[in-house]
Structure formats: structure tokens, C-alpha cells
Design a protein around this ligand. Structure first.
Ligand code: TYM
Length: 338
């Protein structure tokens, strides 16, 4: 089993990232058997697809590394690195650009959402972004890619690219690429904004009140939950009663995901109660669960030297693991390298 996944080092690690992806990274790492490897990386090359401040990207990359370690990614067991230190990601992307089709990229919902009506004004990187994402996982022959629901389409594209490349340039018994499987948690695949139950919780939402950051202190968490948008009805006692109530569903789902309980079970306890009772319980659960992570994060992010060393070691290992596939790709394409 080869597990590979990434996160963009823009802004803070938030509850959506944690419940949708990072918590599964840690679980998969902890369940790893001999001969299996987990690779987790900071997708800094992806972050330049949108306008960005170079100084901020640099500090956000180190902070995100600290956040991942604080969440339980163990650099001694998993390969933790940033993309920019492993040039094979960008190289493989170029090689795969020959296989990816414009039509496939045009259908990506993230491209459509981010570009909006101004497609002509977007960077080429934003359009080609899913090809780099395919390179990220195909480079390491990933079998499983733990992500939130919003990345499912990108993973399907990675499979399409792998399949077309194998068909066009490899023999059936010696494919160059493994087809990766997305691994999406059923219970927290899509955590929504605290201000709008129809928008996903996101780093790019301008409102800080829309998300819980893992580094938020107890006061900030309690305040954000207190102010979270809800409706005037009490909670239903069965899950079906949450239909058409996206904000209520989101808060109950967050509670369930944090407590390791089913939505039905949470409603069995809180059904019939108003948000005046439920919100403080949710806030306290979040504070209690996140406190050790944020304490560790604050400590780790001060130690620049240790973070640099972790990333350098991870990158060296990633370069080693990616080399055979990169070489095989060049060879399959007939490119002469001496
Ligand atoms: P990014 O940085 O936006 O998010 C990192 C991970 O967090 C998940 N996630 C969520 N899950 C549930 N609810 C939410 N509200 C929520 N918001 C984010 C994402 O699904 C993701 O798993 N393109 C990717 C980074 C990437 C990558 C890759 C991932 C680059 N290369 C290769 C996997 C494999 C991204 O921008 O994720």
C-alpha cells in the first residue's frame, strides 16, 4: 500500500482539512504495515496558481509543516516534504501535459468555480493544476489518496491520465502508472462554512468567522461556534429531520466527527434541545479536542531549524522514491537523456 496526499500551504489548517483529510492521514500512517509507505506533502507549487505573496508562502509552508506534525504526522514514519524540494513533481507534470486533454481540464468544477467568468484572465497554472496533482500521486505509484470530497474529481482525472498514458505508451503487462483510489471519509467528507451551510469551509473564505482554525484559542473557538449561523428550530431527534437544514446538519456532523459518534447518536442525546444548549457543548468538545494540537503547533512552529531538517530529510527520501517512475516515464515517451 502506498498512501500519498497533499495540502496547500495557504492560510491556516482548518477543521475541514483536519476532519476531511489530515485525521485520515494520521490514521493511515498509524495503521501502516511493513513494506507500506505514506508520503504527505505541502503543495507549495500548487499555491502559485493564484496570486500570492512570496514571503507569506514561505512562512505558511513552514507553519503548515508544523501543523501537520502537531496533528500526528510523524516524520520518522511518514515521508513529509514540500513539493518545491522535489523537482520530479514539476517534471512529471510536463510529461503528463502531453496526455491530459484540454476538455478534461475544462470540466473540472474547481477550475470553473475559481475562474468564474474571467477564464481568460487566469494563470495557466490554475488551469493545469489538476495535471500537477496527478503527477503528485502517480510519481509515487500511490494506491490510496486520502482527501475530502472536493478533491474527488481531481483524483478521477489522475486515473484517466494514468490510464491513457499506460494505453498509449506502455504494454499491458508493464504499465508505467498505478491507478490511485481516492479515500474519502464518509462522515466528514465535506465540512461546511459556519456562516453558510451551502459553502464548504475554506481557507480562501475572507471571513475568519466561517472556519475554525486548528490554532484558534479557546475564546475564538467558543465565539465562532456561538455566532455560527443556525435556524430557530430545536434539533430533531432523528437524522431525517436535518433535511433542508444545512447549518444544523453541519454542526451536528462536526460534533459527531469530533466525538467519533454517528449523527443519529448525537441527535439521540441533543434532539429536542435548542442551539442555546447544543452550541456550548460543541464548542467545549472542540476546545478540548483541539487544545493539545494547538499547543504542540505553537511550540513546533518556533523551531525553524527542526522544521527545515524534517522537510530536507523528507524531500531526500521522496526524490529517491519518485526516481524510478520518472525515469520510466521519460523512457516510455522516447525522450533521449544520454
Ligand atoms: P486543500 O489544500 O484545499 O485541502 C487539503 C485537504 O483538505 C480537504 N478539505 C476538506 N475536507 C472536508 N471539508 C472541507 N471543508 C475541506 N476543505 C478542504 C481537501 O479535500 C484536501 O484533502 N489540490 C489539493 C492539494 C493537493 C493534493 C495533491 C491532494 C495537491 N496535490 C495530491 C491529494 C493528492 C488542495 O488544494 O487541497
Amino acid at each position: 500500500m502506498r498512501v500519498v496526499s497533499g495540502i496547500q500551504p495557504t492560510g491556516n489548517l482548518h477543521l475541514g482539512n483536519y476532519l476531511g483529510a489530515i485525521r485520515n492521514w494520521v490514521r493511515m500512517q498509524d495503521a501502516m504495515e511493513d513494506g507500506s509507505t505514506c508520503l504527505f506533502f505541502l503543495a507549495d507549487l500548487h499555491a502559485i496558481s493564484m496570486p500570492h505573496d512570496p514571503a507569506e508562502l514561505k512562512s505558511a509552508t513552514l507553519e503548515m509543516a508544523a501543523a501537520l506534525v502537531a496533528c500526528g504526522i510523524d516524520p520518522a514514519r511518514s515521508v513529509l516534504f514540500n513539493q518545491a524540494q522535489v523537482p520530479a513533481h514539476a517534471e512529471l507534470q510536463w510529461l503528463l501535459n502531453g496526455t491530459a486533454r484540454m476538455g478534461w481540464l475544462n470540466r473540472m468544477t474547481q477550475w470553473k468555480d475559481k475562474a468564474g467568468k474571467n477564464r481568460e484572465g487566469q494563470s495557466v497554472a490554475l488551469f493545469a493544476y489538476p495535471v500537477l496533482q496527478a503527477a503528485d500521486v502517480l510519481l509515487y505509484q500511490a494506491t490510496h489518496v486520502p482527501v475530502g470530497e472536493d478533491q474527488k474529481q481531481h483524483l478521477e482525472l489522475a486515473r484517466d491520465i494514468a490510464q491513457k498514458f499506460n494505453n498509449d505508451f506502455a504494454s499491458e503487462d508493464a504499465p508505467v502508472f498505478t491507478l490511485p483510489e481516492p479515500f474519502i471519509p464518509p462522515e466528514a467528507a465535506r465540512i461546511m462554512s459556519l456562516r453558510d451551510g451551502s459553502a464548504k469551509m475554506s481557507k480562501s473564505d475572507p471571513s475568519e468567522m466561517s472556519r475554525i482554525n486548528l490554532a484558534d484559542d479557546a475564546d475564538a473557538i467558543m465565539q465562532k461556534i456561538r455566532k455560527a449561523k443556525t435556524d430557530p428550530e430545536p434539533l430533531p431527534s432523528e437524522a431525517a429531520g436535518l433535511a433542508g437544514r444545512p447549518e444544523a446538519l453541519n454542526l451536528v456532523s462536526i460534533y459527531g466527527a469530533m466525538a467519533g459518534r454517528q449523527v443519529a447518536d448525537v441527535l439521540a442525546e441533543f434532539g429536542g434541545q435548542g442551539f442555546g444548549a447544543f452550541k456550548p457543548a460543541l464548542g467545549e468538545l472542540l476546545v478540548e479536542t483541539l487544545a493539545p494540537i494547538s499547543a504542540r503547533f505553537r511550540e513546533l512552529k518556533q523551531d525553524r531549524e527542526a522544521l527545515d531538517a524534517i522537510l530536507a530529510r523528507g524531500a531526500a527520501r521522496a526524490r529517491e522514491l519518485g526516481r524510478p517512475t520518472l525515469d520510466a516515464t521519460y523512457r516510455a515517451l522516447g525522450l533521449v537523456r544520454g
